[in-house]
Design a protein around this ligand. Sequence first.
Ligand SMILES: C[S@@+](CC[C@H](N)C(=O)[O-])C[C@H]1O[C@@H](n2cnc3c(N)ncnc32)[C@H](O)[C@@H]1O
Length: 227
Amino acid sequence: MTPGQQRAWDRSWERLGADLADLAPGGRRADLLDDGGRLAPGAWFGRDADLRLEIGSGMGETTAALAAAEPEADHVAVEVYPPGLGQLLMRIEAAELTNLRLLRGDAVVVLRDRVAPDSLAGLRVFYPDPWPKRRHHKRRLVQPETVALMASRLRPGATLHLATDVADYADRMREVTDAEPRLENPHGGFAPRPAWRPRTKFETRAEAEGRPSRDLLLVRRAGNGGS
Ligand SMILES: C[S@@+](CC[C@H](N)C(=O)[O-])C[C@H]1O[C@@H](n2cnc3c(N)ncnc32)[C@H](O)[C@@H]1O
């Protein structure tokens, strides 16, 4: 971490962040869980509001901008990379955001163990690691099993939003989400780029280099269980 990120961490992590390892019944942050061992956002945010979760917030540019743009909702960013979390803490402090909390750990485990089925009002995955080599594609986050898990954590009518600038990953995301019975694609394919998704330097550069971004906006269907 840079000195600035470290200072923000020392000032604010305890208040605004939690480690997945501490988020267990009997664990150091069991106060953030309900009786079933799932995240209780009301206990963390001090209010009841729609909860949107982001997987892989990176340096947090988009995360902080969207939390500021949606003050009526609460937001949790899950990330494994401490400098990114430190940077996001700096953004939260600078913008005085009260509706964003950070979780350090593997988002797949967070979803599986700590997020109640049918609970999220939205789930976002922006520019997940591309793993460009074919033999590494199995490491990509968007796979049938993880998409099934993501869909199960959304409540009916809630949105899963995926974006990437990697053409073959975008096609695969479409294939995988098309095959997931809990999800419906109201656009029938890639969605027009939502104007409200902040345009980062990364996206602008990718576009200039011939890699336009693709957005997928999927809606959780009613029914189909949620285990
Ligand atoms: C390519 S970056 C994109 C960051 C950000 N979404 C953006 O648009 O700039 C992908 C991020 O996902 C994080 N990541 C990858 N797998 C993850 C996982 N299983 N759980 C949480 N974060 C993860 C990485 O640490 C990295 O910061």
